[in-house]
Design a protein around this ligand. Sequence first.
Ligand code: C2E
Ligand code: MG
Ligand code: MG
Ligand code: MG
Length: 294
Amino acid sequence: QAKGDGRNNFSFFSSDMNKDMLERITLEQSLRRAVLQQEFCLHYQPIIDNQTEQIIAVEALVRWLDPKKGLIPPDQFIPIAEETGLIEPIGEWVLQQALSDLKGWHEKGYLINMAINVSSRQLVHSHANEFACLLNGLLQKFDIAPQSLHIEITESMLMADTEQALNALNAIRALGVEIYLDDFGTGYSSLSYLKRFPISVIKIDKSFVDNMLEDKADANLIKAIIMMGQSLDMKLVAEGVENMAQQEFLQGLGCDYVQGYLISRPLAEVDIIELLADAAKTQLEEIELNWETA
Ligand code: C2E
Ligand code: MG
Ligand code: MG
Ligand code: MG
């Protein structure tokens, strides 16, 4: 092999790496600024009961509102936030904002629940109660019943630091807050974790829902997950439901809740209020109709 090749390759990779590193450093710096300036906002996506079609909860999904770049989706900054530890202040902001909004909706009479995504870095601390204490303080500050709050964690979190994660989750559950296992089926967690951890609800990952009508194997996996969840006394949510055929198929399987673009995309606060108001109006009309026909 010629020497020149090696040098060319080296300089090629090196300038590429420099570019990547520079981008990363810039991103990290802007993210630090974003935390100080609170350049974040929350969008909310409804989760409905698959039988009654009523909205039972909304999931808070964070976005970064960069003054130059506009709305940046979480997949583009949560990984760096986790690496740098910035996820802690961001996560705390998310909790504050989501619970404050929820309080407002409860005051308007919309008695729904709030689901909040949490990273392992937020959970695992020197003492297991730290995150639970933060939650408890915020629930009291906004005078919200713990039953109205769901914390979503992913499988990888259970594996990362099993004992610490277990203690932290037990402390959260002890408050009365329910724990949802997000993106189920994409990680490699042992099924025995499902029994050991205080999980109330399993969210079946969108990737299974995407192909379940065409792919028999995916359909069978969904059936198996639902049966497993039911036998462990857990409820099931299917995420990423985009058409009626998918919703009906899941209804047939007894999947309790669904979430996806079919029902609604994640919405800004003003728009979710409108959706909640419409839903409340429809419900009222149905009750009145039932009175008349009774
Ligand atoms: P996730 O918790 O699994 O949230 C569901 C994601 O799927 C959301 O993407 C949502 O917009 C999208 N989605 C929902 N229904 C459909 C559908 O029918 N079709 C399609 N194509 N997509 C659908 P989003 O908002 O970009 O969030 C991505 C991920 O970022 C979330 O996945 C979650 O893991 C993470 N994330 C979001 N907010 C937070 C947060 O406040 N804290 C932490 N730690 N992570 C967050
Ligand atoms: Mg989630
Ligand atoms: Mg999910
Ligand atoms: Mg997901």
